[in-house]
Design a protein around this ligand. Structure first.
Ligand SMILES: Cc1cc2nc3c(=O)[nH]c(=O)nc-3n(C[C@H](O)[C@H](O)[C@H](O)COP(=O)(O)O)c2cc1C
Length: 340
């Protein structure tokens, strides 16, 4: 059944149902191209509209004939992002955090395979009604912005029960072949991970950020880094979270209010990684921007260090192709088990 559901993706040239999640800054052209060339689904994280089309073009060139994915993080997506995806004939698109419906027709008319990442059964139903071609089921243990409140183990079987027709990928703490096997046993046809691919040679995250993840043993779910977009996200603690969050990640009500009051900036300000420049742990203006390599390493104390709850399982930085190969073993083991 899984093989039948994956047929469309295989026909696009995907070799393994392994997706590198869209991540601004970390999920740059270099990483996405490396993942796609290795047979997985490499994803370009959303970028400012001024550079987006050029990056899509470069990604298609660097991925050679392998299929690539564009991530449309809907609260920051403008019409021009969608038009660029269509013009560049990007074969796969992943939507996150919003209604798929307005994007479905134009992207389908352009021939895109359309995933939506969802965090609840209701959201999965809405995505199916809108006509998406695949779902990514995000468990609450996921790194980055966390859409729902249920762990993958609980949510995935419920979403699987809604559809036998289209592929369901699992996201949240899937870093090894064993994790892949577990996800498959819960009903997943494929997997998506951000944190595992962030810790690769090719990812565009700052090396000091990568080191903090390697050293980390726990994460915190908070809304601290929410200036302009006050939604829950999972991060590794740093000086900013220590200064402003309680032990459960909650921030003072006035700070939440401040973050929400800046919501209007989301649609007008450029979506630039340099937004993190000048951020300080003691000054509570915390954007969601990830630190790029060219900014100061000291920003690890005041910028979001997004990572999944199982961060302590991540102990090394690998080439992206090696990550794809080792996760793929989880699918091969599962097939062997089925044949036995
Ligand atoms: C650094 C980082 C940035 C992320 N940014 C996005 C994003 O822009 N769009 C998106 O669809 N998901 C984003 N995510 C969430 C992933 O899609 C996915 O749900 C998550 O990485 C799964 O959990 P894992 O990190 O434990 O693998 C991000 C995750 C991380 C770690």
């Amino acid at each position: 059944m899984t093989q039948a559901r994956l047929q469309k993706l295989y026909s696009l040239g995907v070799q393994y149902p392994i997706m590198q999640a869209g991540m601004p800054v970390a999920g740059n052209v270099r990483l996405a191209a490396a993942v796609s060339r290795a047979g997985g689904i490499g994803t370009l994280g959303l970028q400012d509209v001024s550079v987006w089309e050029q990056s899509l073009k470069q990604l298609k060139q660097q991925a050679a004939d392998h299929p690539v994915n564009a991530n449309l993080l809907l609260p920051y997506t403008r019409k021009a992002h969608v038009q660029a995806v269509i013009r560049q004939q990007v074969p796969i698109v992943t939507l996150f955090w919003g209604k798929a419906q307005p994007c479905v027709r134009p992207l389908h008319e352009a021939g895109c395979f359309l995933f939506q990442q969802v965090g609840s059964v209701d959201e999965a139903k809405q995505a199916l009604d809108a006509g998406v071609d695949g779902l990514i089921v995000q468990g609450e243990e996921a790194g980055g912005h966390v859409r729902g409140t249920l762990k993958l183990q609980e949510l995935l079987p419920q979403v699987r029960a809604l559809t036998q027709e289209i592929p369901c990928f699992a996201a949240g703490g899937i870093y090894t072949a064993e994790d892949v096997c577990r996800a498959v046993s819960l009903g997943a046809d494929g997997i998506s991970t951000g944190s595992r691919f962030l810790l690769t040679d090719e990812s565009g995250a700052h090396s000091a950020y990568k080191q903090r993840l390697l050293d980390a043993s726990e994460t915190l779910k908070t809304t601290l880094f929410g200036l302009g977009w006050a939604t829950p996200h999972r991060v590794v603690p740093n000086a900013a979270t220590q200064r402003w969050c309680d032990k459960n990640g909650a921030v003072p009500a006035w700070l939440d209010g401040l973050n929400k009051a800046f919501g209007f900036t989301r649609k007008i300000a450029p979506f630039k990684p340099d937004a993190a420049r000048g951020q300080r742990a003691d000054i509570p203006f915390f954007t969601n921007a990830v630190i790029p390599e060219h900014l100061s390493a000291e920003l690890v104390e005041s910028c979001p260090l997004y990572a999944g709850e199982r961060v302590k399982e991540l102990t090394d930085i690998q080439p992206a192709a090696q990550v794809v190969q080792s996760l793929a073993q989880g699918f091969e083991r599962d097939e062997t088990r089925m044949q036995a």
